[in-house]
Design a protein around this ligand. Structure first.
Ligand code: TYM
Length: 333
Protein backbone atom coordinates (compact mmCIF):
# COMPACT_ATOMS: atom_id res chain seq x y z
CA UNK A 1 0.00 0.00 0.00
CA UNK A 2 1.08 3.55 -0.69
CA UNK A 3 1.68 5.45 2.54
CA UNK A 4 0.48 8.93 3.45
CA UNK A 5 1.93 10.80 6.42
CA UNK A 6 1.61 14.24 7.94
CA UNK A 7 2.10 16.04 11.26
CA UNK A 8 1.19 19.27 13.00
CA UNK A 9 3.48 21.12 15.39
CA UNK A 10 2.01 21.34 18.87
CA UNK A 11 2.54 25.01 19.58
CA UNK A 12 -0.95 26.45 19.24
CA UNK A 13 -4.63 25.96 18.61
CA UNK A 14 -5.39 24.37 15.23
CA UNK A 15 -6.79 26.86 12.73
CA UNK A 16 -8.60 26.88 9.40
CA UNK A 17 -5.25 26.90 7.54
CA UNK A 18 -4.11 23.66 9.23
CA UNK A 19 -7.49 22.18 8.45
CA UNK A 20 -7.65 22.90 4.73
CA UNK A 21 -3.91 22.51 4.15
CA UNK A 22 -3.28 19.29 6.01
CA UNK A 23 -6.03 17.79 8.17
CA UNK A 24 -8.86 17.70 5.62
CA UNK A 25 -6.85 16.07 2.79
CA UNK A 26 -5.26 13.72 5.31
CA UNK A 27 -8.59 12.52 6.67
CA UNK A 28 -9.84 12.03 3.11
CA UNK A 29 -6.76 9.95 2.31
CA UNK A 30 -7.24 7.85 5.45
CA UNK A 31 -10.63 6.76 4.10
CA UNK A 32 -9.10 5.38 0.93
CA UNK A 33 -8.64 1.61 1.44
CA UNK A 34 -5.70 1.60 -0.94
CA UNK A 35 -3.65 3.87 1.31
CA UNK A 36 -2.10 3.39 4.74
CA UNK A 37 -1.95 6.64 6.67
CA UNK A 38 0.23 7.90 9.51
CA UNK A 39 -0.72 11.11 11.31
CA UNK A 40 1.06 12.49 14.31
CA UNK A 41 1.47 15.30 16.83
CA UNK A 42 4.86 16.88 16.13
CA UNK A 43 5.77 17.71 19.72
CA UNK A 44 9.55 17.45 19.34
CA UNK A 45 9.16 20.09 16.65
CA UNK A 46 7.24 22.26 19.11
CA UNK A 47 10.36 22.62 21.30
CA UNK A 48 12.07 24.46 18.45
CA UNK A 49 9.89 27.51 18.81
CA UNK A 50 8.19 27.23 22.18
CA UNK A 51 9.69 26.95 25.67
CA UNK A 52 6.36 27.11 27.47
CA UNK A 53 5.69 23.54 28.66
CA UNK A 54 2.07 24.26 29.59
CA UNK A 55 1.37 25.69 26.16
CA UNK A 56 2.79 22.58 24.49
CA UNK A 57 0.74 20.28 26.74
CA UNK A 58 -2.44 22.19 25.94
CA UNK A 59 -1.71 22.27 22.23
CA UNK A 60 -1.03 18.54 22.10
CA UNK A 61 -4.43 17.92 23.61
CA UNK A 62 -6.18 20.37 21.29
CA UNK A 63 -4.57 19.00 18.16
CA UNK A 64 -5.27 15.38 19.13
CA UNK A 65 -8.91 16.22 19.93
CA UNK A 66 -9.18 18.05 16.60
CA UNK A 67 -8.15 15.06 14.50
CA UNK A 68 -10.47 12.78 16.43
CA UNK A 69 -13.41 15.21 16.38
CA UNK A 70 -13.08 15.55 12.63
CA UNK A 71 -13.65 11.83 12.34
CA UNK A 72 -10.19 10.34 11.94
CA UNK A 73 -10.69 6.57 12.16
CA UNK A 74 -7.82 5.45 14.36
CA UNK A 75 -8.47 1.80 13.55
CA UNK A 76 -7.38 2.59 10.01
CA UNK A 77 -4.91 5.46 10.37
CA UNK A 78 -1.93 5.09 12.68
CA UNK A 79 -2.29 8.11 14.96
CA UNK A 80 0.51 8.88 17.42
CA UNK A 81 2.62 11.43 19.23
CA UNK A 82 6.11 11.95 17.82
CA UNK A 83 7.73 11.90 21.28
CA UNK A 84 6.35 8.40 21.92
CA UNK A 85 8.51 7.02 19.11
CA UNK A 86 12.16 6.99 20.28
CA UNK A 87 13.28 5.63 16.90
CA UNK A 88 12.53 9.04 15.37
CA UNK A 89 15.25 11.02 17.18
CA UNK A 90 17.60 8.10 16.60
CA UNK A 91 16.93 8.19 12.87
CA UNK A 92 17.29 11.97 13.02
CA UNK A 93 20.88 11.47 14.14
CA UNK A 94 21.66 8.94 11.41
CA UNK A 95 20.24 11.37 8.86
CA UNK A 96 22.05 14.37 10.37
CA UNK A 97 25.30 12.61 9.57
CA UNK A 98 24.21 12.39 5.93
CA UNK A 99 22.52 15.79 5.56
CA UNK A 100 24.66 18.51 4.01
CA UNK A 101 25.06 21.64 6.10
CA UNK A 102 24.74 23.65 2.90
CA UNK A 103 21.27 22.21 2.42
CA UNK A 104 20.24 23.41 5.89
CA UNK A 105 21.58 26.89 5.11
CA UNK A 106 18.88 27.16 2.48
CA UNK A 107 15.94 26.22 4.74
CA UNK A 108 13.27 28.94 4.83
CA UNK A 109 12.77 28.94 8.60
CA UNK A 110 16.48 29.39 9.27
CA UNK A 111 16.89 31.99 6.53
CA UNK A 112 13.92 33.95 7.86
CA UNK A 113 15.48 34.03 11.34
CA UNK A 114 18.81 35.23 9.93
CA UNK A 115 17.10 37.89 7.80
CA UNK A 116 15.15 39.17 10.81
CA UNK A 117 18.39 39.42 12.80
CA UNK A 118 20.13 41.30 10.03
CA UNK A 119 17.20 43.73 9.74
CA UNK A 120 17.45 44.34 13.47
CA UNK A 121 21.21 44.89 13.23
CA UNK A 122 21.91 41.80 15.36
CA UNK A 123 24.39 39.01 14.85
CA UNK A 124 22.90 36.84 12.04
CA UNK A 125 22.72 33.76 14.26
CA UNK A 126 21.34 35.53 17.31
CA UNK A 127 18.82 33.20 18.99
CA UNK A 128 19.21 30.53 16.29
CA UNK A 129 19.39 27.15 18.01
CA UNK A 130 20.65 23.86 16.61
CA UNK A 131 17.01 22.74 16.86
CA UNK A 132 15.91 25.39 14.40
CA UNK A 133 18.89 24.79 12.14
CA UNK A 134 18.35 21.03 12.02
CA UNK A 135 14.53 21.23 11.85
CA UNK A 136 14.39 19.84 8.28
CA UNK A 137 16.38 16.77 9.35
CA UNK A 138 13.94 15.99 12.15
CA UNK A 139 11.10 16.38 9.67
CA UNK A 140 12.91 14.07 7.25
CA UNK A 141 13.19 11.50 10.07
CA UNK A 142 9.40 11.74 10.67
CA UNK A 143 8.70 11.06 7.02
CA UNK A 144 11.37 8.46 6.27
CA UNK A 145 10.75 6.49 9.49
CA UNK A 146 7.49 5.31 7.93
CA UNK A 147 8.63 5.38 4.32
CA UNK A 148 5.78 7.71 3.35
CA UNK A 149 5.10 8.13 -0.35
CA UNK A 150 2.96 11.26 -0.06
CA UNK A 151 2.88 14.03 2.48
CA UNK A 152 -0.21 16.29 2.44
CA UNK A 153 0.95 19.75 3.52
CA UNK A 154 0.40 23.43 2.90
CA UNK A 155 2.72 25.22 0.51
CA UNK A 156 5.02 26.45 3.29
CA UNK A 157 6.17 22.87 3.96
CA UNK A 158 7.03 21.83 0.39
CA UNK A 159 10.68 22.74 0.78
CA UNK A 160 11.01 20.51 3.83
CA UNK A 161 9.54 17.53 2.01
CA UNK A 162 11.97 18.15 -0.85
CA UNK A 163 14.83 18.20 1.64
CA UNK A 164 13.62 14.87 3.03
CA UNK A 165 13.81 13.49 -0.52
CA UNK A 166 17.29 14.83 -0.89
CA UNK A 167 18.51 13.36 2.38
CA UNK A 168 16.81 10.01 1.62
CA UNK A 169 18.52 9.89 -1.78
CA UNK A 170 21.88 10.53 -0.23
CA UNK A 171 21.39 7.89 2.45
CA UNK A 172 20.23 5.34 -0.14
CA UNK A 173 23.25 6.12 -2.27
CA UNK A 174 25.62 5.34 0.59
CA UNK A 175 23.87 2.51 2.38
CA UNK A 176 21.46 0.89 -0.10
CA UNK A 177 17.79 1.42 -0.93
CA UNK A 178 16.25 1.86 2.51
CA UNK A 179 13.94 4.77 1.87
CA UNK A 180 11.27 5.63 -0.67
CA UNK A 181 11.49 9.21 -1.93
CA UNK A 182 8.53 11.15 -0.50
CA UNK A 183 6.42 13.64 -2.44
CA UNK A 184 4.52 16.65 -1.06
CA UNK A 185 0.82 16.77 -1.89
CA UNK A 186 -0.53 20.31 -2.05
CA UNK A 187 -4.06 21.39 -2.89
CA UNK A 188 -3.57 24.40 -5.18
CA UNK A 189 -6.90 25.93 -4.32
CA UNK A 190 -5.89 26.36 -0.69
CA UNK A 191 -2.09 26.20 -0.88
CA UNK A 192 -1.82 29.13 1.52
CA UNK A 193 -4.95 30.14 3.35
CA UNK A 194 -4.89 33.81 4.32
CA UNK A 195 -5.46 35.03 7.85
CA UNK A 196 -7.42 37.97 9.27
CA UNK A 197 -4.85 40.50 8.06
CA UNK A 198 -4.45 39.00 4.57
CA UNK A 199 -1.05 37.46 5.29
CA UNK A 200 -0.64 33.67 5.52
CA UNK A 201 -2.82 32.36 8.34
CA UNK A 202 -0.27 31.40 10.96
CA UNK A 203 0.10 30.91 14.69
CA UNK A 204 3.23 33.07 14.47
CA UNK A 205 1.32 36.04 13.00
CA UNK A 206 -1.52 35.82 15.48
CA UNK A 207 -4.01 36.22 12.64
CA UNK A 208 -5.70 32.85 12.75
CA UNK A 209 -9.29 31.70 12.88
CA UNK A 210 -9.18 28.73 15.27
CA UNK A 211 -11.14 25.75 13.98
CA UNK A 212 -13.49 25.16 16.87
CA UNK A 213 -14.31 28.59 18.18
CA UNK A 214 -17.74 28.77 19.78
CA UNK A 215 -20.28 30.04 17.26
CA UNK A 216 -20.37 33.63 18.48
CA UNK A 217 -16.62 33.94 18.49
CA UNK A 218 -16.34 32.41 15.05
CA UNK A 219 -18.73 35.07 13.79
CA UNK A 220 -16.67 37.78 15.49
CA UNK A 221 -13.43 36.50 13.98
CA UNK A 222 -14.89 36.32 10.50
CA UNK A 223 -16.14 39.87 10.90
CA UNK A 224 -12.57 40.93 11.66
CA UNK A 225 -11.24 39.74 8.26
CA UNK A 226 -9.62 42.74 6.63
CA UNK A 227 -11.46 44.10 3.58
CA UNK A 228 -11.09 47.17 1.40
CA UNK A 229 -13.38 50.17 1.67
CA UNK A 230 -15.70 49.40 -1.23
CA UNK A 231 -19.34 50.16 -0.46
CA UNK A 232 -22.29 47.82 -1.03
CA UNK A 233 -23.18 47.85 -4.72
CA UNK A 234 -19.60 48.45 -5.85
CA UNK A 235 -18.13 45.40 -7.67
CA UNK A 236 -15.43 43.63 -5.66
CA UNK A 237 -12.42 41.65 -6.82
CA UNK A 238 -12.71 38.08 -5.52
CA UNK A 239 -9.12 37.25 -6.35
CA UNK A 240 -7.66 39.74 -3.90
CA UNK A 241 -10.16 39.06 -1.15
CA UNK A 242 -9.46 36.95 1.93
CA UNK A 243 -13.20 36.49 2.47
CA UNK A 244 -13.46 34.97 -1.00
CA UNK A 245 -10.35 32.87 -0.60
CA UNK A 246 -11.64 31.27 2.59
CA UNK A 247 -15.04 30.84 0.93
CA UNK A 248 -13.40 28.96 -1.93
CA UNK A 249 -11.59 26.66 0.48
CA UNK A 250 -14.88 25.51 2.01
CA UNK A 251 -17.39 25.81 -0.83
CA UNK A 252 -18.31 23.50 -3.69
CA UNK A 253 -17.35 24.69 -7.18
CA UNK A 254 -20.95 25.70 -7.74
CA UNK A 255 -21.07 27.77 -4.55
CA UNK A 256 -17.80 29.41 -5.54
CA UNK A 257 -19.21 30.40 -8.95
CA UNK A 258 -22.27 31.85 -7.24
CA UNK A 259 -20.14 33.88 -4.81
CA UNK A 260 -17.96 35.11 -7.67
CA UNK A 261 -21.13 36.45 -9.34
CA UNK A 262 -22.20 38.14 -6.11
CA UNK A 263 -18.80 39.86 -5.84
CA UNK A 264 -19.27 41.17 -9.38
CA UNK A 265 -22.68 42.48 -8.39
CA UNK A 266 -21.18 44.27 -5.42
CA UNK A 267 -22.28 42.19 -2.43
CA UNK A 268 -21.82 44.14 0.83
CA UNK A 269 -18.83 42.96 2.93
CA UNK A 270 -21.13 42.37 5.90
CA UNK A 271 -23.32 40.11 3.82
CA UNK A 272 -20.38 38.19 2.31
CA UNK A 273 -19.01 37.61 5.81
CA UNK A 274 -22.38 36.46 7.10
CA UNK A 275 -22.56 33.90 4.29
CA UNK A 276 -18.99 32.79 4.97
CA UNK A 277 -19.79 32.33 8.65
CA UNK A 278 -22.75 30.14 7.78
CA UNK A 279 -20.77 28.04 5.35
CA UNK A 280 -17.93 27.38 7.79
CA UNK A 281 -20.19 26.98 10.79
CA UNK A 282 -22.35 24.40 9.02
CA UNK A 283 -19.33 22.36 8.09
CA UNK A 284 -17.68 22.45 11.49
CA UNK A 285 -20.66 22.59 13.86
CA UNK A 286 -20.97 18.85 14.55
CA UNK A 287 -17.23 18.35 14.90
CA UNK A 288 -17.14 21.27 17.36
CA UNK A 289 -19.45 19.40 19.72
CA UNK A 290 -17.35 16.27 19.44
CA UNK A 291 -14.24 18.40 20.10
CA UNK A 292 -15.63 19.92 23.28
CA UNK A 293 -16.63 16.49 24.49
CA UNK A 294 -13.16 15.03 23.79
CA UNK A 295 -11.35 17.94 25.44
CA UNK A 296 -13.12 16.94 28.66
CA UNK A 297 -11.76 13.35 28.37
CA UNK A 298 -7.96 13.59 28.24
CA UNK A 299 -7.54 10.00 29.51
CA UNK A 300 -9.41 8.69 26.48
CA UNK A 301 -7.21 10.72 24.15
CA UNK A 302 -4.13 9.39 25.91
CA UNK A 303 -5.36 5.81 25.48
CA UNK A 304 -5.81 6.31 21.76
CA UNK A 305 -2.35 7.84 21.43
CA UNK A 306 -0.75 4.97 23.34
CA UNK A 307 -2.40 2.43 21.06
CA UNK A 308 -1.20 4.48 18.09
CA UNK A 309 2.36 4.53 19.41
CA UNK A 310 2.33 0.74 19.79
CA UNK A 311 1.23 0.36 16.19
CA UNK A 312 3.68 2.96 14.91
CA UNK A 313 6.56 1.19 16.60
CA UNK A 314 5.70 -2.01 14.76
CA UNK A 315 7.01 -0.11 11.75
CA UNK A 316 9.76 1.98 13.32
CA UNK A 317 11.52 -0.70 15.38
CA UNK A 318 12.33 -3.15 12.55
CA UNK A 319 13.37 -0.31 10.25
CA UNK A 320 15.72 1.25 12.79
CA UNK A 321 17.26 -2.17 13.45
CA UNK A 322 17.91 -2.55 9.74
CA UNK A 323 19.38 0.93 9.52
CA UNK A 324 21.62 0.45 12.54
CA UNK A 325 23.00 -2.61 10.87
CA UNK A 326 23.40 -0.81 7.52
CA UNK A 327 25.50 1.98 9.04
CA UNK A 328 27.67 -0.34 11.17
CA UNK A 329 25.99 -0.17 14.58
CA UNK A 330 24.60 -3.67 14.95
CA UNK A 331 25.36 -5.88 17.97
CA UNK A 332 28.65 -7.82 17.86
CA UNK A 333 27.09 -11.23 18.34
P1 TYM B 1 2.59 23.42 11.05
O1 TYM B 1 2.25 22.90 12.40
O2 TYM B 1 3.09 24.79 10.93
O3 TYM B 1 1.31 23.30 10.14
C1 TYM B 1 0.58 22.08 10.02
C2 TYM B 1 0.07 21.92 8.59
O4 TYM B 1 -0.81 22.99 8.27
C3 TYM B 1 -0.38 23.61 7.08
N1 TYM B 1 -0.70 25.04 7.14
C4 TYM B 1 -1.37 25.68 6.19
N2 TYM B 1 -1.93 25.28 5.04
C5 TYM B 1 -2.56 26.20 4.28
N3 TYM B 1 -2.67 27.51 4.65
C6 TYM B 1 -2.13 27.96 5.81
N4 TYM B 1 -2.26 29.24 6.16
C7 TYM B 1 -1.43 27.04 6.64
N5 TYM B 1 -0.79 27.14 7.83
C8 TYM B 1 -0.33 25.91 8.11
C9 TYM B 1 1.13 23.38 7.02
O5 TYM B 1 1.62 23.50 5.71
C10 TYM B 1 1.22 21.98 7.55
O6 TYM B 1 0.96 21.05 6.52
N6 TYM B 1 6.99 21.10 10.31
C11 TYM B 1 5.54 20.97 10.16
C12 TYM B 1 5.01 19.80 10.97
C13 TYM B 1 5.68 18.53 10.63
C14 TYM B 1 5.43 17.70 9.51
C15 TYM B 1 6.31 16.60 9.64
C16 TYM B 1 4.56 17.80 8.44
C17 TYM B 1 6.64 17.93 11.37
N7 TYM B 1 7.02 16.79 10.79
C18 TYM B 1 6.36 15.57 8.68
C19 TYM B 1 4.61 16.76 7.47
C20 TYM B 1 5.48 15.68 7.60
C21 TYM B 1 4.89 22.25 10.66
O7 TYM B 1 5.47 23.01 11.39
O8 TYM B 1 3.57 22.41 10.31
Amino acid sequence: KQRVLTGITTTGTPHLGNYVGAIRPAIAASQNPELQSFYFLADYHALIKCDDAARIEQSRREIAATWLALGLDTEKAVFYRQSDIPEIPELCWLLSCMAAKGLMNRAHAYKAAVAANEDAGEDPDYGVTMGLYGYPVLMAADILMFNANTVPVGKDQIQHVEMARDIAGRFNHHYGEHFVLPQAQVDDKVAVLQGLDGRKMSKSYNNTIPLFLPEKKLKKHINKIKTNLLEPGEPKDPDTSTVFQIWEAFATDEQTQAMRAKFAEGIAWGEAKRELFELVNNQLGDAREAYEDLMARPADIEDILQQGATRAREYSQPLIAKLRSAVGLKAMI
